[in-house]
Design a protein around this ligand. Structure first.
Ligand code: NAD
Ligand code: AHE
Ligand code: ZN
Ligand code: ZN
Length: 374
């Protein structure tokens, strides 16, 4: 099977706004520098739903979505040295080549090596490994985990401890790492900090985990769906707030609650109006707001420049600032040491054939993470 095309099941997004369709597809063998993976589990993140909605300027169809996976190396292409069949891996939508300007900068986890082709749904050589009846199907975020088999560049795979159950640590492929990393790497919150988290899905709840790790003294969790409050409190939120309970802007509520504003805030929704609230609830002189949520084509953020003149800082984060190949294996070890309660995030599990139900649950606000097991 090593050098042959594999026929397997995948959830294909034929076009924006339509449910995924379970299809038999062909997965070509890995080319030079590439690795074919058998996916064992994948989470469903809001970004998958965002792209499927048609709002993503980089959305190309037909494609195979999914970017929060865990799998086992099935075979490797020519020149691959760091991975071998049987290795357990987490696909990375933010690769780490170690040699590009970004990787060498010491300032970012973004890697520039394959970003252009990845954004077009292609492998680095400009072609796809997926097809059906000879018609190419695009990759998604360089990962395409909604397939029994997928192909990734070697630089887009983190090798992890085989003791870690892939149906849990797949969540470290996006959501949980992003939220924790946003606090620890991007904001670098210090002990005693006050923190506001907007949106309590997989990302916002992981921000709470990061805030507890950073020893924040106050963690204010905000959502319009009060069903999310129980888990937020379990994870360490000190205050839970529903903006609908107030007749003044939520930033004013938080400023009043915190003697002038929080040290750090995190937007985990993708709503540009909430991004403004998240900035404006920060303390004058030093408060920093981190944008995590992904907003649709044409959306823009705004605030009075005076908010920045008077010392508030607006920044953003991708994958929580984590360099996947070098840092994700250590985060998996933290999980194995009991430091990251991934199980609490898995509200639903299902086989691939029911993946559309995971999208329904997400839209209905009923799930934190659905994990599809293969
Ligand atoms: P989710 O749908 O599980 O959670 C979003 C939460 O926001 C829900 O609980 C919802 O009730 C709440 N919400 C919606 N509108 C609100 C409002 N007006 N005020 C307060 N709460 C509101 O989504 P998720 O998987 O946690 O992802 C969150 C966002 O993060 C998405 O935009 C996703 O695309 C993005 N994301 C970004 C990165 C990154 O690297 N930057 C990584 C993962 C996800
Ligand atoms: N393609 C979109 C933006 C999507 C986006 O911002 N993706 C995040 C990861 S979301 C994970 O759930 C990201 O890492 N961005 C950095 C990058 O290089 O893509 C658009 O607006 O064009
Ligand atoms: Zn994601
Ligand atoms: Zn690089």
């Amino acid at each position: 099977m090593e050098g042959q095309t594999i026929s397997c099941n995948a959830a294909v997004a034929w076009e924006a706004g339509k449910p995924l369709s379970i299809e038999k597809i062909d997965v070509a063998p890995p080319q030079a520098g590439e690795v074919r993976i058998k996916i064992l589990a994948t989470g469903v993140c809001h970004t998958d739903a965002f792209t499927l909605s048609g709002e993503d300027p980089e959305g190309v169809f037909p494609c195979i979505m999914g970017h929060e996976g865990g799998g086992v190396v099935a075979s490797v292409g020519e020149g691959v040295t760091s991975l071998k069949p049987g290795d357990h891996v987490i696909p990375l939508y933010t690769p780490e080549c170690g040699e590009c300007k970004f990787c060498k900068s010491g300032k970012t986890n973004l890697c520039g090596k394959i970003r252009e082709t990845q954004g077009k749904g292609l492998m680095p050589d400009g072609t796809t490994r997926f097809s059906k009846e000879g018609k190419p199907i695009y990759h998604y975020m360089g990962t395409s985990t909604f397939s029994e088999y997928t192909v990734l560049p070697e630089i887009s795979l983190a090798k992890v401890n085989k003791d870690a159950p892939l149906e849990e640590v797949c969540l470290l492929g996006c959501g949980v790492t992003t939220g924790m990393g946003a606090v620890l790497n991007t904001a670098k919150a210090e002990p005693g900090a006050t923190i506001a988290v907007f949106g309590l899905g997989g990302i916002g709840l992981s921000v709470i985990i990061g805030a507890v790790m950073a020893k924040a003294k106050q963690i204010i969790a905000i959502d319009i769906n009060t069903d999310k409050f129980e888990l937020a409190k379990q994870l360490g939120a000190t205050d839970v707030i529903n903006p609908k309970d107030y007749d003044k802007p939520i930033q004013e509520v938080i400023v009043d609650l915190t003697d002038g504003g929080v040290d750090y805030s995190f937007e985990c929704i993708g709503n540009v109006d909430v991004m403004r609230s998240a900035l404006e609830c920060c303390h004058k002189g030093w408060g920093e707001s981190v944008i995590i949520g992904v907003a649709g084509a044409g959306k823009e953020i705004s605030t009075r420049p005076f908010q920045l003149v008077t010392g508030r800082v607006w920044r953003g984060t991708a994958f929580g600032g984590v360099k996947g190949r070098s840092e994700l294996p250590g985060i998996v070890e933290q999980y194995l040491n009991g430091e990251i309660p991934l199980k609490k995030f898995i509200t639903h599990t299902m086989p691939l054939k029911d993946i559309n139900h995971a999208f329904d649950l997400l839209h209905e606000g009923k799930s934190i993470r659905s994990v599809v097991s293969f």
